[in-house]
Design a protein around this ligand. Structure first.
Ligand SMILES: Cc1cc2nc3c(=O)[nH]c(=O)nc-3n(C[C@H](O)[C@H](O)[C@H](O)COP(=O)(O)OP(=O)(O)OC[C@H]3O[C@@H](n4cnc5c(N)ncnc54)[C@H](O)[C@@H]3O)c2cc1C
Length: 266
């Protein structure tokens, strides 16, 4: 058997790239050592957005293109097949959290300048996806597409390492639940930690926080993608990588994100 392209890794990035290459008529082999989407992808919070990317316009645009990619998937397949739940998001900050309030105002200003849909409201009714910003109480809550809630918090994430003991994982899960109860008292007592799915996802974070996508220097025909926000970015990265592989040249939009930006790879 011969293949046009072999992809290593069946997470969202590998699968999306395989999808776009196949659409271009390529014969693709996808190698996955475990099961499809059981790595980081299967343990992701999976919020597709560009609203938290406000410091770098180029990176914001890449993420916004990812969100648009989901709109295109919705147009083609509907929401059910690709599992898209277009909730929007409500970011909540208390006025008494002066720094957090200022930061959210700056975020909103940047998004407006970038042309990214957002609205500043007071006393908004809760949306289905909520993000609470507080100095010691940050929390994300997202309803799962097929039932249940996903609860996450960046600081509690930071207390968990790979290969964590189940006991510690349960304790951290309980911490998340307690925080959710504080912010949403109506949830109190409705969720038992033993009924919760607890998983560990390892965040692929290049040191500058941005995507790595491009050819591997000195390895002809080898291309890599390593990225955080891969759920948001998969539609655009998979599509553009397929374009690069089939045409032999990388789209301009990806120019800032090559591995050669790091010392030792130039
Ligand atoms: C807690 C958490 C929350 C997150 N929240 C968000 C979010 O809200 N929004 C967002 O956009 N992103 C989010 N991310 C990031 C996002 O989930 C990742 O960027 C994305 O899932 C990465 O996908 P991937 O396909 O590159 O990696 P993976 O899903 O890890 O896929 C890689 C695959 O490669 C396989 N593999 C590895 N080595 C080999 C080998 N030698 N041979 C064969 N197969 C191999 C693995 O088994 C794995 O299945 C979050 C991540 C975490 C951990």
């Amino acid at each position: 058997m011969t293949y046009d392209t072999i992809i290593i890794g069946g997470g969202i990035i590998g699968c999306t790239t395989a999808f776009h290459l196949s659409r271009k008529g390529q014969k693709v082999l996808l190698l996955e050592r475990d099961k499809i989407a059981t790595g980081t992808t299967g343990n992701s919070f999976a919020w597709a957005n560009a609203s938290v990317k406000t410091t770098d316009r180029t990176y914001h645009n890449l993420n916004a293109a990812g969100v648009k990619g989901y709109n295109a998937l919705q147009d083609e397949f509907g929401n059910e097949t690709p599992g898209i739940d277009p909730t929007g998001a409500l970011e909540v900050v208390s006025k008494s959290d002066t720094d957090g309030y200022k930061a959210m105002q700056a975020q909103a200003r940047a998004l407006t300048a970038f042309g990214y849909a957002n609205r500043w409201v007071s006393n908004a009714p809760p949306l289905r996806h909520m993000y609470y910003s507080a100095p010691k109480n940050e929390l994300h809550i997202l309803p799962e597409f097929n039932g249940g809630l996903k609860i996450a918090s960046d600081d509690i994430d930071g207390m968990i390492i790979e290969n964590q003991t189940p006991d510690h994982l349960r304790k951290m899960g309980q911490l998340l639940l307690d925080r959710a109860y504080t912010l949403l008292p109506q949830l109190t007592g409705t969720i038992d930690i033993v009924d919760c799915d607890l998983g560990i996802g390892v965040r692929p974070y290049p040191t500058d926080g941005k995507t790595i996508i491009g050819p591997m220097p000195d390895a002809k025909g080898l291309h890599i993608i390593a990225t955080h926000s891969g759920i948001t970015l998969a539609p655009v990265l998979g599509k553009l990588m397929a374009e690069a592989i089939t045409t032999g040249s990388y789209p301009e939009m990806l120019a800032p994100f090559g591995l050669t930006r790091f010392t030792g790879f130039a």
